[in-house]
Write a protein that binds this ligand. Structure first.
Ligand SMILES: *Cc1c(COP(=O)(O)O)cnc(C)c1O
Length: 361
């Protein structure tokens, strides 16, 4: 953990990623002795009143942080967002039906691939031709589509929808890498889902927030674990939930709530992304991957114009205590992931390193 090192580490990892130090402290204490029970959080029954309280608080914090309408249910399940791709299609794509999808990169593609297990996926926009450097313009949703699915933030390519897309059909969004990072209106959604390990907690759980009135209408027989209605009827305890990731997610949500909620996170994230993008644009040694109008506030992707400076730059940022800056292999270059828990001062350290490279070259 950060404070155990003599030098501060600036963790820009794309995921699993940085969590607030206060949350790490409290979580490690709970592993040793949870709530003064003399027992660890991870060795008590998930049906004990102590853990049921954790689950209830986690679910209600999602409701309040996102400002969800009453018709929404919240679940914390296993399988990550990758199982979420299939879960979305199984629960909302009617037997023999179709849905619209936006192809904005690796994760969006995986969602499309899984949807094909349940029906037809119409791709109504793609930025594949430009290596996913932008959010594409969208064609109209074909009539008869059950929903429009999109990936609000593209973790690998560093692009982000500027807001909720407008469509005549309900929306489903994979918000794994920008959940709780900015305000949005949940009215138009059938479902929002997010793997925990980008902005919530450790890997091992995926959060589903969905309209309970919209499930159970596909006409297909859904295997129990994939059936959101089954999980909702059991209050997210159909089987043993991943207790530790849910507990840590709950602590992170408490931390966000105490700091002023999603609105406060958004203001801070805006300041962080302004800092990094101003430097990418100002510093003649660097260029961004994403087009300006599609830039992500969570993952800034950029590269050196001259690869020969790579060794010098890598040495400088490593020396400054920066971790996790290497870009994904499908984009190359660098990626600064600036999730909620990353401080502005860490982004400033990266900017200072970029300036230092310019000064010395
Ligand atoms: C990381 C990520 C995923 C995959 O999540 P898993 O929990 O590993 O399945 C899906 N979508 C987005 C946008 C991601 O960033």
């Amino acid at each position: 953990m950060h404070q155990l090192y003599s030098m501060e580490i600036h963790n820009f990892s794309a995921g699993p990623c940085i969590l607030p130090p206060e949350v790490m402290q409290e979580a490690s204490q709970a592993v040793l002795d949870f709530n003064g029970m003399g027992l660890s959080l991870i060795e008590i029954s998930h049906r004990s009143k102590e853990f049921v309280a954790v689950m209830e608080e986690a679910r209600s914090l999602v409701q309040s942080l996102l400002g969800l309408p009453e018709r929404f249910d919240v679940l914390f399940l296993q399988g990550g967002a990758s199982l979420g791709f299939l879960t979305a299609a199984y629960n909302f794509l009617p037997e023999g039906g179709s849905a619209a999808y936006v192809d904005t990169g690796t994760w969006a593609n995986k969602a499309i691939k899984e949807a094909k297990h349940a029906g037809t996926a119409h791709v109504i926009g793609s930025s594949k031709a430009t290596n996913y450097d932008r959010i594409p313009a969208l064609n109209s949703v074909p009539s008869g589509s059950a929903y429009l699915h999109y990936t609000s933030n593209n973790t690998i390519f560093g692009t982000q929808f500027s807001g909720v897309p407008s469509a005549d059909v309900p929306l489903i969004a994979d918000m794994s890498s920008d959940i709780f990072s900015r305000k949005f209106n949940p009215e138009a959604f059938h479902m929002i889902y997010a793997g925990a390990q980008k902005n919530m907690g450790p890997a091992g759980t995926v959060m589903y927030a969905f309209d309970r009135d919209a499930v159970g209408k596909t006409g297909r027989s859904i295997p129990s674990y994939l059936d959101l209605a089954v999980h909702a009827s059991k209050d997210s305890m159909f089987n043993t939930p991943p207790v530790f990731p849910i507990y840590v997610s709950m602590l992170t949500m408490r931390w966000m709530h105490a700091l002023g909620g999603v609105e406060a996170m958004e203001a801070r994230n805006q300041r962080k992304s302004n800092l990094i993008y101003q430097e990418i644009d100002r510093n003649a040694l660097f260029e961004g991957h994403a087009t300006m109008d599609s830039r992500s506030n969570m993952n800034a992707t950029f590269r050196l114009k001259n690869d020969a400076l790579g060794t010098a730059f890598d040495a400088l940022w490593k020396e400054a205590g920066i971790n996790g800056l290497k870009g994904h292999r499908s984009v190359g270059g660098y990626r600064a992931s600036m999730y909620n828990a990353l401080s502005e001062s860490s982004v400033q350290v990266l900017v200072d390193v970029m300036k230092e490279l310019e000064r010395s070259h």
